[in-house]
Design a binder for this molecule. Structure first.
Ligand code: PLP
Length: 488
């Protein structure tokens, strides 16, 4: 790429001098960075319509003054250490106070209200980061084979924009899986492929809510849903959660006319309860009477260790009021960024219009690979293996917690998913402990972060999906010593 260096043909300054000054300025401004390659003299001369001698003479001067260095046979590069102690723009900005800013610049109220950067326990892999599956166990050899098979057969037609709802064969596979394994009532025509549940929530929020509308949120609840709904301008109403999930009566008392309820009925995040049949029917009845929507986030219910998986709430819905969301982040791997929405059939076109306004359609290539992976039986096989593995990791964690920390921690939600909740005794504060643990490379998500209002309980969400069973006792012992010093 050629940097923009203007040559003024009407100027009295010779061309080689103009070029030299233009490049020198670009280096000093940081538009060209140390180590960056300059264009070839021949190419630049051709581009600017100058003689090669002119360009050579400008470059000779830059080389002589140390702004550039030449490597024989490989071209001319910006010097790695600049002359006169001239510093990079970042360092200069520090010295001068700040980079220049023109006038007042403001963010939207929504952007200003969002967290500036994710908390440390959301950022770095390691024990006990929530949400990480056992990535080392993913059958990468099979995945790579399917990838290369797809890339060998890719044709020009697959380079065009795809279907707004996603790749049809993948939607067929997902619909069949959801009908059989999750009790979802759906056809492929209702399935929209999205980049994970986060985008599914965003599309649902934009399609169903106007700014200022009330939406029920589980209290405590999923931080990702809270952020998306806030960004959509919804007014979030915290609704109490107990060991059986969302307390529907509390929601009705707090916001009877809310436009939507966002729920995790099969495995409440983070407490772990299953929404019982009576509450499910109560929720659907309320939605019908209030003209509200139920947004079901079914993020990890493939993993249940005692008894059968709990069927989706969507399967009970007779009024087309449930929008169902699922993801491949837990059952395959989160970097895939693939998930899905199941939309009531009469609203698919409206959801498609909303999606088109956001990103037109999902990227096509990996959808094909995933469709092959499911169709060829690898998905079902991987799920079976992972269920056993997470069951073992869960046992190791529960055992270690009971052994090392029998007194203080009370456990919830340990019979499903890839995380459990450990609640602290009254009077303990979870955040300072989580911050201290983070400094020691232990990622424990504080429960109090997951409340919209004041936390009524404090504790930690502990993910075990990506922690080998053999590493768990030592990690729990580290947690114990952190808790002991917090107590002191
Ligand atoms: C409640 C809940 N929903 C959804 C997800 C997954 O989000 P995504 O599909 O965007 O990766 C998570 C991940 O931790 C979660 O805890």
């Amino acid at each position: 790429m050629l940097p923009v260096v203007a040559v003024d043909r009407g100027s009295a300054t010779p061309f080689h001098r103009q070029l030299y000054e233009g490049y020198r300025q670009a280096i000093l401004d940081g538009r060209l960075r140390p180590g960056q390659r300059l264009p070839s003299t021949r190419g630049l001369a051709g581009e600017l319509g100058l003689s090669r001698i002119t360009v050579l003479s400008a470059f000779d001067q830059l080389l002589a003054e140390g702004y550039c260095e030449g490597r024989i046979g490989s071209g001319t590069f910006v010097a790695r250490s600049l002359p006169d102690g001239l510093s990079t723009p970042v360092a200069r900005a520090g010295r001068d106070g700040a980079t220049r800013r023109g006038g007042r610049r403001t963010l939207s109220r929504i952007a200003a209200a969002l967290e500036r950067s994710p908390a440390p326990w959301l950022m770095t892999p390691g024990p006990f980061r929530v949400g990480d599956p056992a990535v080392g166990q993913f059958p990468l050899d099979i995945w790579s084979r399917l990838l290369s098979r797809r890339s060998r057969t890719i044709g020009a037609a697959s380079l065009r924009y795809g279907d707004v709802l996603g790749y049809a064969p993948l939607r067929e596979e997902i619909a069949a899986y959801l009908r059989t394994a999750r009790g979802v009532r759906c056809e492929a025509g209702q399935v929209m492929i999205v980049s994970g549940s986060q985008q599914a929530l965003e599309i649902a929020a934009r399609a169903l809510l106007d700014p200022g509308d009330q939406a029920w949120m589980e209290e405590p609840g999923y931080w990702g849903a809270r952020d998306v709904l806030r960004a959509a301008g919804a007014r979030l109403v915290p609704v109490a959660v107990d060991d059986e999930g969302l307390d529907v009566a509390d929601g009705v008392a707090r916001a009877p006319r809310a436009r939507a309820a966002i729920v995790t009925p099969s495995h409440q995040f983070p407490v772990g309860g299953v929404l019982g049949a009576a509450r499910r029917l109560q929720l659907l009845d309320w939605a019908r009477e209030a003209g509200a929507w139920v947004i079901e986030d079914d993020y990890d219910s493939e993993y249940r260790y005692d008894g059968y998986p709990v069927a989706a709430l969507q399967g009970l819905d007779r009024d087309s009021r449930v929008v169902y969301i699922g993801t491949f982040s837990k059952v395959l791997f989160p970097a895939l960024r693939l998930g899905y929405l199941v939309i009531p059939p009469d609203f698919t076109a409206r959801f498609a219009a909303v999606r088109h306004a956001i990103d037109i359609c999902p990227p096509s290539f990996l959808q094909g690979v995933l469709a092959d992976f499911i169709r060829d039986g690898h998905f079902a096989r991987h799920l079976r293996r992972m269920r056993l593995l997470y069951g073992e990791r869960r046992r190791a964690l529960v055992q270690a917690l009971r052994q090392e920390l029998p007194g203080p921690l009370q456990l919830f939600g340990e019979n499903a998913g890839m995380h459990l909740l450990a609640v602290l005794p009254r009077g303990w504060r979870d955040r300072p402990i989580a911050e201290r643990a983070a400094r020691e490379g232990l990622w424990v998500m504080p429960l109090s972060d997951l409340y919209l209002g004041r936390a009524s309980r404090e504790g930690f969400v502990l993910g075990y999906g990506d922690v080998p069973a053999s590493d768990i006792p030592a990690a729990v012992r580290r947690l114990r010593s952190i808790l002991e010093s917090a107590r002191r």
